[in-house]
Design a protein around this ligand. Sequence first.
Ligand code: BES
Ligand code: MN
Ligand code: MN
Length: 465
Amino acid sequence: MQSPRNYIEENKQGFINELIDLLKIPSVSADPHYKKEVLLTAEEVQKRLQEAGCDTVEICETPGYPIVYGEKIIDKNLPTVLVYGHYDVQPPDPIDLWNSPPFEPVIQKTELHPEGAIFARGACDDKGQMYMHVKAMEFMTKNNVLPCNVKFMIEGEEEVGSESLEWFLSRNQEKLSNDVILISDTGMISKDAPSITTGLRGLSYIEVEVTGPNRDLHSGLYGGAVANPINILTQMIAQLTDENNHITIPGFYDQVEDLSQEERSRMAEAPFNLENYKKSIGISNIHGEATYTTNERNSIRPTLDVNGIWGGYTGEGAKTVIPSKAYAKISMRLVPNQDWKEITQLFKKHFESLAPDSVKVEVKPHHGGQAYVTPIDGIEYQAADKAFQETFGKSAIPQRSGGSIPIVSMFEKNLGSKTILMGFGLDTDAIHSPNEHFGIWNYLKGIETIPYFYKHFTDLFQKNK
Ligand code: BES
Ligand code: MN
Ligand code: MN
């Protein structure tokens, strides 16, 4: 295959400008105020896929936001790569902490990105990484080097739990049939340590509501004699973990598999600098489950975290009040074999049992998803590794990630497909945070590497037939 490098060199300014245009549309799926913009983004993606050489591109309606589907089938005997990505983004808040407005992309140089990085919500997660695939497709079609069939499925509800996706998968099994699913929605270890994500954690997301008196009360007249829902809620949350940072929910660890010592030592070989880690997020010390390393805690171990907590008076100045209600949003990251629906039930039962009879507790499950581990002996892994070797001059390091992409296990269940996760973002790209960015070097490297995956996957597929 002709190297994509020249094509990228000649067209990179356009590639950057096109991504910037896409980032200007605030496709925040969580907030109904942005509905028009989310729909507009889908149309924009449709246009870009057409221009990149897809033969048909359609906007497929779902009960929620639409899925953009495109394909180019060149020969039924060749393998089919299905690219998945998402065009929706996380809400931008807290807005005040952005150095430039989240939907007015700017290019800025940073220590890790001396070539410049694009700062905008969605720059890395996932518009930037999704768009690498569109541009890689363009390179392959314009230069007649597309070696196999391609399908694109770009959704608009990933950041809110992909609720319409199972609906879509079950109705379009034939249309979506493929030989491998390719996703860039994860990261790599560093710019000189390419990695392949071999695991994702599952998720259970829950909201809890604690109700005390039927109205907010004067904290002098009633204080001491009536249960304060915020005090109670925080006491209940505190009981969810013990002094070793183990989760106390009965049965929570029953299905959790311990990794062998050999696997753990292999994991420990991945480059990691604890001092840089602490420095990059401004903490004086790390924290976590006893007897596990930082990289184990954030990938192969399950967790429980409060994502938000509110209630009572939070305005200017002071107001003396015992609130009627207190709330929290709680998430648990899960590992293979933990069933998210079962864990949600275990949480509910346990949390309700922690409540004293002076309050009422309601546990409301949100979305969730299963964890996933990818085999490293399949041809999709080999093809991705060869692709990294072509453009980085070295083999990729397999790495289990702590993040979740629930649809990956859904793909396996509904389509019987294996997924390969080739991420080009860095942990420091601040996804979901203020000042999210994506290095231009990473963006272009992604576009350069992806065509090699197609080539090697097709070669290996033919050989194995
Ligand atoms: N792209 C992320 C997941 C991710 C990021 C995985 C980096 C591995 C490395 C995805 O968009 C995401 O944010 N997923 C959510 C879960 C979803 C159900 C809302 C997450 O992990 O919190
Ligand atoms: Mn994502
Ligand atoms: Mn995300």
